[in-house]
Every structure is written in C-alpha cells, then in structure tokens.
Design a protein around this ligand. Structure first.
Ligand code: HEC
Length: 194
C-alpha cells in the first residue's frame, strides 16, 4: 500500500509540473517597452522591434514580399503614439494576437493611455481593429499601402515629420522645408478639429 501511495503522489507531482510548464503566458508590456522611433529598425516607412529579442524574425516577415505571420514579441509603429505588439498565439484570435496601444509621448518617455485587443480606439475615435482587419490575410493586419486598408488622410511628408519629431528622441533630425510645411498644415487641421 505504501509503495502505491508514493507512486501516486509522484504522479500527481509530475503531472503538476508538466501542466505548469506548458502554460502559455502573455508578454509583459509596460511603458518601458517602448522607445524613440529612431532606436527601432526601419522597414520602408515604418519601424519594428521585438520584445523577445528576435528582431531578425520580425524584420524577415516585414520584408517578405509575400507577407507572413509576425512572430510573438513583434512591435510595429508608424507614428510615436500608436503601436501594435504581437502576443503569443491564441491570446486573441479576433485580432490575430495583436495587442493595440495608444501612447502619450513626451521627452520623459511613453505612457500607456489605452491598450487592449478588440475595442481600442485611437484619439480620432477610430477603432484600430476596424481599419487594420481590412488588410488582406497574408499581411497579418499590417496596413501600409496597397494591403487592402482604407488609406489615412496624411501625406508621406506629414508622416515623416511626425516620425522625426518624436518627443522621446534625444536627438531630432532636421526637417526639410516640405516636412515643416506638412507639419504646420497637420497642426492647423488638428487644431481646427478640436
Ligand atoms: C481609420 C483607419 C485606422 C485606424 C482607426 C487605425 N489605423 Fe493604424 N493604420 C491605418 C493605415 C491605413 C495605416 C497605414 C498607413 C500608411 O502606411 O500609409 C496604419 C498604420 C499603422 C501602423 C503601422 C503598421 C501598418 O499597419 O502599416 C500601426 C502600428 C498602427 N497603424 C497602429 C494602430 C493602432 C494601435 C490604432 C488604434 C489605437 C490604429 N492603428 C488605428 C489605418 C488605421
């Protein structure tokens, strides 16, 4: 009897270990996870990183002409305040496991204003998922241009100006005259909307 009891106890402990070891955990993300855009890796017009350290795997998908699924840990940004982070597979099937973030940025760094999966809304009242879900499946909800999303009402010069004036960056590259004008026009249009 005693041997049977011990064997049983051993089995319980073993099963407990296996179950605990295989539990998939979400990636821990805090305001420190985000940096100045210039410290990320540029791909065409946007920037990528990987919170699990495998930025090569993220760049490989971003640069693939046929698309693919971004690996867990991938961080994607176009402008300083809006971020998509890939959580482990199964975390949120409805968003392709992307977690959406709206940040508030300043010289002091980033603060997380909003985060979540299906219901995050940007400062203009648009739901991240509604637009990004329109990307064709092989692009994994990354819109860029020509991936099937409705285009944003910003010119390339406006986007470059916003990227170059990321307040979190210690050194800011100079703006061209066209970018300066684009930024002024953008600020006027945003001001008029308030
Ligand atoms: C009105 C539609 C719309 C909404 C709402 C929207 N996006 Fe986007 N987003 C786009 C489009 C279109 C692009 C591509 C712009 C380009 O490259 O010209 C884009 C680009 C991006 C990118 C760069 C990678 C990519 O997909 O090209 C990220 C990251 C991003 N958005 C995150 C967010 C987050 C986070 C939210 C919500 C807080 C959000 N977006 C809300 C349409 C939208």
């Amino acid at each position: 009897m005693r041997i049977v009891g011990r064997t049983f106890l051993g089995l319980v402990l073993l099963v407990g270990f296996v179950v605990q070891g295989s539990a998939e955990e979400g990636i821990d993300i805090s305001e420190e996870s985000f940096t100045c855009l210039a410290e990320m890796t540029p791909v065409r017009g946007f920037f990528v990183d990987n919170l699990l350290g495998d930025v090569e795997a993220t760049v490989e998908v971003a640069e693939s002409p046929t698309g693919g699924r971004y690996p867990a840990g991938s961080v994607v940004q176009l402008v300083p305040t809006e971020v998509m982070v890939k959580q482990p597979e199964g975390t949120s099937p409805a968003t392709g496991d992307w977690e959406f973030f709206e940040l508030t940025v300043s010289a002091g760094g980033s603060q997380i204003a909003k985060r979540g999966f299906e219901d995050v809304v940007n400062r203009f009242g648009g739901k991240c998922l509604d637009c990004h879900a329109k990307a064709e499946p092989q692009w994994d909800m990354v819109c860029e241009k020509g991936h099937g999303c409705d285009p944003l009402p910003f010119t390339p010069a406006m986007v470059r100006a916003i990227q170059k004036t990321d307040p979190r960056c210690a050194e800011k590259p100079a703006l061209s005259d066209v970018e300066k004008q684009a930024l002024a026009a953008l600020q006027r249009s945003l001001g008029a909307g308030n």
